[in-house]
Ligand binder design. Sequence first.
Ligand code: ME8
Length: 515
Amino acid sequence: MSNTYYITTPIYYTNGEPHLGHVYCTVCTDVLARFHRLCGEDVHMLTGTDEHGIKMVKTAAALNTEPAALAHKNAMVFRDVWKEMGIINDDFIRTTEPRHKLSVQEIIRRMVARDDIYLSSYEGWYDEGQEEFVTETEAKVNEYKSAISGRPLLRYKEQSYFFRLSKYVPQVLKHIENHPDFVQPESRRNEVMSKIKAGVDDLSISRATLKWGIPLPNDPEHVVYVWIDALSNYITALGFGSMDETLYRKYWPGVHVIGKEILWFHCVYWPAMLLSLGEPLPKGIFAHGWWTSEGKKMSKSMGNFVDLERLRAIAKAYSNDALRYYMVRAGNFGSDLDWTEIDFIKSFNELANVLGNGLNRTIKMIGKYRDGKVPLVQAELEPIDRALVEKMDALGDAVRAAYLRYDLQAAATLPLELARQTNGYIESTEPFKLAKDPAKAQRLSTVLGLAAEAIAKALMALIPVLPEKAIEGLKQFNIDFAGKSFDELMNAKLPAGHQLGDGKPLFPKVEPSKD
Ligand code: ME8
């Protein structure tokens, strides 16, 4: 079985800077990538920027600049912010790069050679915010406004090349039906299937009235429709259609993590394009939900927009990992979510009081009562010990299963539950009292040994979600995690006599900011 794992985010539009939605999607993708990396898989994670299309042209004009300049400026912000936030993307693709453009042209050439592209004319509705053609029925339902932004749809009438989408749609539908995991969550899969069954026309894939895009190889007066250009990124970044297809051969097919509003493009257009090319379909497409902020749609005019500046300030004050944890735990991966300042603070306090405190008191007590050396757990266990052991022994499998079903929320909260149980265990077993009675020395060793092991397990299981803090915590345990797989870590025992490092608060208290 292949040991590779290819995972992608959408490539984001460069008409603005990254915001909460972009950061959320990239963080979740990074969490999944880190988990698979930790399992020893050869992971390749891709993100990047989608720089063409009418939206870019219009935004640039409004800002009195050129699309290329605007794209470059924002692409650099996206690229740098992922570094700043500790995202490990193996590549960053920009649709204005020659490697992408050449490969897209090759893709079109192959589709033309298959007779899957023909010249005709398009007359219909277009949602410029979404860069999406909208059918008359959908347009009417939404009163000729965008279903996403609410802005009026535009009427387009122009000559255009078309892709024979309808030819491939039955095959796409069959694939979705035969592969229940292809589109997740299930509610989204059902949504796509019913929309397909309602009928799908061929797709206009070129624009003659737009200059900002990739020229069609067979007719350079036209540029490639931005979604055909953008979707191709998942394989152009791997060198598809170039002189060197090594990465493509190695990593494709992959898993696409996207937001629910771009499901249709990924589940219908993209598989149909791949079928036309005779290439394998993606392994899976996972659509996550949308964020609102303080109960309302995020909007700059409403003042509830969670922009980059806000996210940076939070990460600076509370750490990148506190932000990651909040986002992953805020709701089920796949459901809509709501950002609130109060919930963020609650989630930070959970990290500090449950995980940080569990770690700190364990290290401190072992320092105080056992010279910082992990004590020997006695063979004879009491029911309360056994309950803790059961929980820690089950953690690895439970977390793995959660990741494999894309349940990132459970993957993040299960280790916290173990830490919570450990705190309760310490409170019930009262090691500070045991320490006063020399006859209870062995009991104290068991309690401290088990508490240490449980907290260490919780930290190990949290590495994908809290890459900085989990490792900082493991360093306090003096555990060398480098090169160890998830299974090895989850099965590791802290040997008696193992010398712990110094304890210090993992999530220090943050003074409320004055502004
Ligand atoms: O659609 N809540 O780019 P984009 C959650 N270029 N996620 C959100 C969000 C919100 N409020 N807002 C945005 C595009 N996102 C195309 C993609 S891919 C071949 C081309 C996230 O800049 C979510 O993941 O509009 C969504 O799919 C993505 O940002 C869209 O980013």
